[in-house]
Each structure stands twice: as structure tokens, then as C-alpha cells.
Design a protein around this ligand. Sequence first.
Ligand code: ATP
Ligand code: MG
Length: 285
Amino acid sequence: MDKLKIAIQKSGRLSEKSLELLRECGIKISKGSQTLKTNSSNFPIEVLFLRDDDIPQYVEQNVADIGILGENEVWEKNRKVETIRKLGFGNCRLSLAIPKDENYTGISYFNNKKVATSYPKILSEFCAENNLYVEIEEISGSVEIAPSIGLAHGIFDIVSTGSTLLMNGLKEVETVTKSEAILIKSENLSHEKQKILEKLLFRIQAVIYSRENKYILLNAPNTAISAIIEVLPGMKSPTVLPLAKEGWSSIHSVIKEDEFWDIIDRLKNLGAESILVVPIEKMIL
Ligand code: ATP
Ligand code: MG
């Protein structure tokens, strides 16, 4: 039987999270520190461990069928690959930064300046859209030190917390775009591989959904049920079960992780008691 070949980052910021996602999908993968390729023992998949920069090329050329990498690499490399879905990790932004003591006057600050980056294509597109003339100095790493060693006036790089910029005496002045990890696929997958991919996607969907949602149970007086249901949209509609205590019910539903605290406050104000919030192991819609 054919195996679906998936390329993930060998070692770096996306490696662990990519493996974790596959493992949460029930796919067994054993990896040593030197492993470059391995087969799963319980799913028709072969994992290739590569540098993230090379993944778009390998997927375009069908060396790998699918891949997990940052959107930023896909934009930069401009290879013919299809984006399947965002994966909800590896979030970062691509920003312009300058030495912290410089007086930033707005985007035209960069006109006729030198900017160091590992993402020349994304930067040149941004400059073209904003009618900026910028001299782009392409370097492959340690971009943050470029201004202090006199290579460039500013940098264009990936930022997540901004602490690396601060440590290097820089300040972020423009966010050009945001990126997160995505799943890409080759444009020519065989029918058989497409079927395996669909099976994998079904599992990924369930894993990501369960990460983003929580199961909530609470008790409330029957008089408050309709107001509480307004606050709890649930999957379709919340479950309401009578309690042994006269005039009270138990309400069960699913809420989004990022709306959690806001919803809890509103539920308490409506008279909800004994609120229990539990993680969802898997959720199939
Ligand atoms: P490789 O050796 O595979 O080429 P790399 O050094 O290019 O690795 P990493 O620094 O491991 O790459 O980053 C991989 C991806 O993680 C980035 O392309 C980006 O999409 C994402 N990412 C998220 N947050 C950050 C961050 N703070 N710094 C760098 N990358 C980040
Ligand atoms: Mg890289």
C-alpha cells in the first residue's frame, strides 16, 4: 500500500509541535535525534525530517506529498503548492525594526535605507505596494545584529515576543504580516494518497477543534435556563437535564477556549453554580 509522505521540520521551533499534532492524531512515530525519515507503525505515513526552507520545493517536486511549515516560508519560496489549512501553532509576525534610539517617522523612514532580512521576496512585495525604495540585504541568519555591525539601517524579520529585538537594541516599528504553521500539499497527489490525506485531515480537524474548545457543565435554577442558553451557543444546542433538587437543572455545552473567562463571568451573573470546565480529548463534528 502507498504511504503518504509528510515533511516536517527536523529541528527548530515547529518540530515538536508538528510531531505532537501527528501523535495526537493517533499516529505512532518513533524519532531519534539523527532520524531523517521514519515510517509510522500504525498509519500509512512516512515522515521526512527536513529544513523548513526546503519543504516547499520538496512538496512541489513530489518528493514529499504534504508538509508542515510556517506560512512565511511558503510566501517567500513561491513554489507551486496548495495550502490545506492553518494549524493553530507557530504564530509569529514579520516586522520591520530599527535601532531603538532612532526617531521613527512612519513608513517613509525606510526610503533609501538598507534593510537586512532572510525574507527578501516578502519584503520587496511590501515595498512595492507602499512605493518604497529599499535596498534589501539578504542574509540567512542572525539578522538582528545587522544594524549594530553597520550592515543595514533596519531589519525585516520574524517576531513573536519581541525579546530578541530588545536584546539587540532594536524596536519593532511596522508589522508587515502575520504567519502561523500550515499544512500544504502537492498539486498532484494520487487518488490513493488523497484518500490517506483525507483520513489524516479528519483527525487533525478533531484534534484542533478539541484544543480550541472546552466542555462546560453547570447547575442553574430553571428560571435562568433561557438566559444561560443565550450565552452558551454550544455545538447545536446545549443539553439541559433536570437535577434531583426541585426547580434546578444541569446544563452542558461546549465553549471556545478564547471566550472562556468572559463567558464564565456572564454565567455567574445569571445565577449559574458549580461550574465545571473540562478539556475535550477529541471532538468529531
Ligand atoms: P531550519 O533549520 O529548519 O531552516 P529555521 O532556523 O529556519 O530552521 P526556526 O527558527 O526553527 O527556523 O523557525 C521555524 C518557523 O517557526 C518560522 O519560519 C516561523 O514560521 C515560526 N516561528 C514562530 N515564532 C517564531 C520566532 N519567534 N522566531 C522564529 N520563527 C518563529
Ligand atoms: Mg529555515
